[in-house]
Design a protein around this ligand. Structure first.
Ligand SMILES: Cc1cc2nc3c(=O)[nH]c(=O)nc-3n(C[C@H](O)[C@H](O)[C@H](O)COP(=O)(O)OP(=O)(O)OC[C@H]3O[C@@H](n4cnc5c(N)ncnc54)[C@H](O)[C@@H]3O)c2cc1C
Length: 396
């Protein structure tokens, strides 16, 4: 196949991460082609929730990176022609018992030390805040700065904005090969329909990033971590904002020094309450965390356990009907940080592995990759995000 296109940069993957990268690059006057094997948001960005959170992040670099990204959303939401439903209603972590409360206080003061506006609510305050929570919930941790948006509108808004500035977006064709020149530098990208001459490629293929890495001989340590979601019918306002259980962090980070009082199924399926009221007055219930390969099917036993967990926190929902369920693949890395990095293959960049934070981190990822490619000073240190951190045997 003869090369029939060329670009300064080819971005592989049309999720929130790839579309944000394309947008930031064209804003920086680069000539960009984005290639997606299905439709925009065909991957995990179309099978998730839309939270942009800092209160559930590890205090330190993780929380700082997420706050940095969060603060980019008001500007980009204004800039895009699409309504991405960006709101900042805050979020709440519900605490089940005194042991969790002590852990939450410590966690809260660590986040405060990072400058994050998080605070502990006592039993009286949390029930005044969310009257439908189970009466035995002993407290909460809340922040006003957390936000939410519609991830599909975000990706389509970014694509529309990038196209307006000159980007080309090629959907329904998979990248099948990436060729190097005699010096081992990126030379061209081969898709099912064309070849694209380009000296730079960004691998933003989420859970599929390892497959793209293999095309240039790179091992990218990302594993798909499945998450299932339930969608409930429209109903009265059960909660005024996003509510998670504090134990959510235990499921996410697999913390071993605390065991929640949950059923063996909930433990096995990595279930922790995520309760998300939507603009349409229904709500989402999540979620599970499992390593089951590339399986995106829902399983009744997992969904049932998720519903039981939600009823434990909000007994009032026990008779509300579920109308839909879906599952997506979080791109998991062993140290829970994404890979936003150049690599040992000149011209090949990786922007993947955002696990459960890809929506929130999309904009900072776009900005950092654009800064790297355009030779600008990065907005935040990129050392902890490098692919090379996994080189010396750091594997799970
Ligand atoms: C249940 C659930 C809830 C979540 N909730 C949140 C949340 O509230 N907040 C948050 O921040 N994050 C959340 N996440 C995580 C978030 O959804 C992901 O981190 C994010 O969507 C990853 O985006 P991405 O662009 O990297 O990957 P994807 O959206 O998966 O995009 C990668 C794209 O690459 C394409 N691709 C693959 N191979 C090829 C190829 N060979 N050629 C061309 N294209 C290819 C795929 O088709 C896909 O569209 C959640 C995830 C799940 C599963």
């Amino acid at each position: 196949m003869m090369p029939n296109r060329s670009a300064d940069v080819v971005v592989i993957g049309g999720g929130v991460v790839g579309t944000a990268i394309a947008y930031f690059l064209v804003r920086n006057n680069m000539d960009v082609i984005l290639v997606e094997k299905g439709a925009i948001t065909a991957g995990t960005s179309g099978r998730c929730e839309g939270d942009v959170l800092v209160c559930d992040k590890m205090p330190g670099f993780d929380s700082r990176l997420n706050k940095f990204s969060q603060d980019l959303f008001p500007e980009i939401a204004n800039e895009l022609d699409y309504d991405i439903s960006w709101t900042r209603k805050g979020s709440l972590l519900a605490i089940e018992n005194e042991e969790e409360l002590e852990k939450a206080k410590k966690f809260c003061s660590q986040l405060n030390a990072e400058g994050l506006p998080v605070r502990i609510l006592d039993k009286y305050e949390i029930h005044e805040d969310e009257p439908h929570l189970a009466p035995d919930i002993v407290g909460g941790m809340e922040t006003d700065c957390d936000g939410s948006l519609n991830p599909m509108a975000l990706a389509y808004g970014l694509v529309h904005g990038a196209k307006k500035l000159g980007a080309k977006v090629l959907t329904y064709r998979a990248v099948t090969d990436i060729r190097l020149d005699a010096d081992g530098c990126i030379e061209r990208v081969v898709t099912e329909k064309e070849e694209i001459l380009s000296k730079r490629v960004v691998n933003a293929a989420g859970a599929w990033a390892p497959e793209i890495g293999k095309l240039v001989g790179l091992d990218i340590p990302i594993k798909p971590r499945q998450g299932q979601m339930l969608v409930a019918e429209r109903t009265f306002p059960v909660a005024r904002r996003k509510v998670m259980e504090f134990g959510y962090m235990m499921a996410k980070f697999e913390s071993s020094d605390y065991t929640r009082d949950v059923t063996p199924e909930m433990e096995k399926y990595g279930i922790a309450l995520v309760f998300e009221p939507t603009e349409a007055t229904n709500f989402l219930i999540g979620s599970s965390r499992r390593f089951v390969g590339m399986d995106t099917s829902c399983h009744l036993d997992v969904l049932r356990a998720m519903a039981q967990r939600a009823i434990r926190f909000f007994p009032v929902i026990k008779d509300i009907k579920i109308i839909r369920s879906y599952a997506g693949l979080r791109p998991f890395t062993p140290d829970h940080l994404p890979i936003i990095s150049e690599t040992e293959v000149p011209g090949f960049y990786v922007a993947a592995g955002h696990e459960g934070d890809g929506i929130g981190l999309s904009l900072i990822t776009g900005k950092l990759i654009s800064q790297m490619i355009c030779g600008e000073q990065p907005s935040i240190t990129i050392e902890p995000l490098k692919l090379s951190r996994f080189k010396d045997g750091y594997r799970q």
